[in-house]
Design a protein around this ligand. Structure first.
Ligand code: FAD
Ligand code: MLT
Ligand code: ZN
Length: 470
């Protein structure tokens, strides 16, 4: 082990190999506070060459490696297990924007660049990098790529997978694959970059990326809309797709329980509507500087929604401050759930046609398993993706923890039965790897294991994440 630490220090410099418990703490506990591991050391390389040297040192000693970006992941994939045998490799020092090309509409960045900084660099050349997550102030592009992150812009721009053109990756044996090509057309064999997207650090360490940019959308029309049910939210979505077409940028749902937690815990939050509703939708249209009619389109959409019985009330933002206040109601939910107490997350997608029936049936089933459990349901309904999250019954954090496995199995079984997915956008990490394998066919799991073996024959890259130990 001393040998390994010496090699790591030689690779990245003494100051960037952390071993003291106080220094390592922030890297071994996840954002939820529920996944805690131990690390042999935390290594903080400052360049691709340093990443490669650190990976080679680990490979030579058969030491497992856990790549880490902003450590905002929600499935325990970025923190080590409890064995203390792994090195955490943090990309946090690799924060250079390498190139921005507004005409080619590409941006080339180090993997450790924080998502909000990519958005800012794109805006500086009057372009848009559309990915948007509640964690955008701390998550990194490497983490976004490794998890194939979703967020609130997927409806219009797609998942991270659709925003990437090329990657630079340090392979498990320490070789560097330079695939930083910004070509829109490149049919020269297997799409290797896509192989690493969504691989959760199990196939290599992403060190750089060429990402797609889009025309800036400085114009917005935003509303917080009361809808009676999930079914009505889906009906309004269909109207919005028809009326707003390509301008439809955001279509997010939240139930009253979610809003109540935000109103309780976010001091600046206020209910924009007079009467409470069971469900709400945050809808936003976005356009370029020359798109004049967005306000009118939004009003027309809401009128149509009222006529169809799918909308009971709405607050339209008339200033930037009001727009931010409406967004804060949606973006604040993850944080306030944590503040409220014990939480159980279920990040599910369902075929959109069956979403409402699924949610209607699920609530009573969970109440049977844990009376008083609070359903904090929200998410990217435009993508068929619900965060079907739970908070403990008031004062019953231990009860939620005791019932967690049964509750999660009930949700996941119902998702599988309805043809959905148990991970829409957060990935599998350590917390869902076994469950996902149990719902997949043997053929699918075999193919995944074959890919893993081909790239990482010694199984050193993030073992136990994405695929359960064989
Ligand atoms: P980490 O948490 O550090 O790591 C996540 C995974 O990626 C791990 O498996 C890790 O090993 C791997 N990894 C990290 N960097 C690299 C790299 N350079 N090379 C190879 N592997 C790497 N997610 C969504 O999809 N949509 C949302 O709307 C959303 N909202 C969120 C809101 C909040 C408040 C929070 C806390 C999280 C949210 N997330 C969301 C989850 C999280 O932010 C994303 O999964 C994000 O992509 C993780 O990025 P990160 O840099 O923090 O990665
Ligand atoms: C979000 O969309 O806010 C997050 O992905 C949901 C979560 O934290 O569970
Ligand atoms: Zn989400």
């Amino acid at each position: 082990m001393t040998d390994l630490l010496d090699h790591l220090r030689a690779a990245v410099g003494d100051d960037h190999v952390l071993t003291e418990a106080a220094d390592v703490e922030a890297y071994v506990v996840d954002w939820t506070g529920t996944q805690r591991g131990r690390a042999l050391a935390v290594v903080r390389p400052g360049s691709t060459a340093e990443v490669a040297a650190a990976v080679r040192a680990c490979a030579a000693t058969r030491t497992p490696l856990v790549p880490q970006g902003g450590n905002t992941g929600l499935v325990g994939g970025g923190v080590p297990d409890g064995s203390g045998s792994a090195v955490v490799l943090s990309l946090g020092r690799m924060r250079a924007v390498r190139d921005v090309d507004p005409v080619a509409a590409t941006i080339t960045v180090d993997a450790g660049v924080v998502l909000a900084d990519v958005q800012t660099a794109a805006a500086a050349v009057d372009r848009l990098f559309p990915m948007s997550l509640g964690s955008e102030g701390s998550c990194t592009i490497g983490g976004n790529l490794a998890t194939n992150a979703g967020g609130t812009a997927v409806l219009r721009y797609g998942m991270t997978r659709e925003l990437v053109l090329g990657l630079e990756v340090v392979l498990p044996d320490g070789r560097v694959w330079d695939g930083l090509r910004g070509l829109r057309k490149d049919n020269t064999g297997y799409d290797l970059a896509q192989l690493f997207v969504g691989s959760e650090g199990t196939l290599g360490v992403i060190t750089g990326a060429v990402l797609r940019l889009f025309p800036a959308t400085p114009r917005h029309a935003t509303a917080w809309v009361a809808v009676p049910s999930v079914e009505d939210a889906v009906a309004l979505l269909a109207l919005a797709q028809r009326e707003a077409g390509a301008h439809l940028a955001t279509f997010e749902i939240a139930n009253r329980q979610a809003l109540d937690l935000v109103l309780t815990h976010l001091p600046a939050a206020a209910d924009p509507l007079r009467a409470p509703s069971d469900w709400y939708v945050l809808v936003e249209l976005a356009g370029t500087a020359s798109d004049d009619g967005l306000d009118h389109s939004l009003e027309r959409l809401l009128d149509l929604g009222v006529d169809a019985g799918a909308v009971t009330d709405a607050a339209i933002a008339t200033s930037r401050a009001q727009r931010s206040a409406l967004w804060a109601l949606r973006e604040g939910i993850s944080e306030v759930q944590k503040v409220e107490g014990a939480t159980l997350k279920h990040d599910v997608t369902l075929p959109i046609a069956g979403l409402a029936d699924w949610a209607d049936a699920m609530g009573p089933r969970l109440q049977e398993l844990l009376p008083g459990v609070r359903l904090v349901t929200y998410g990217h309904v435009g993508d068929g993706n619900l965060h079907y999250n739970l908070n403990a019954p008031v004062g019953g954090d231990d009860d939620l923890r005791a019932a967690a496995a049964d509750l999660t199995t009930a949700v996941h079984d119902a998702v599988a039965a309805a043809g959905g997915s148990i991970s829409a956008e957060h990935g599998l990490g350590r917390t869902k790897a076994a469950a996902a394998a149990s719902y997949k066919s043997e053929v699918e799991v075999d193919l995944m294991r074959a890919l893993k073996r081909a790239l990482d024959p010694d199984g050193l890259m993030n073992p136990g994440v994405l695929l359960p130990a064989p």
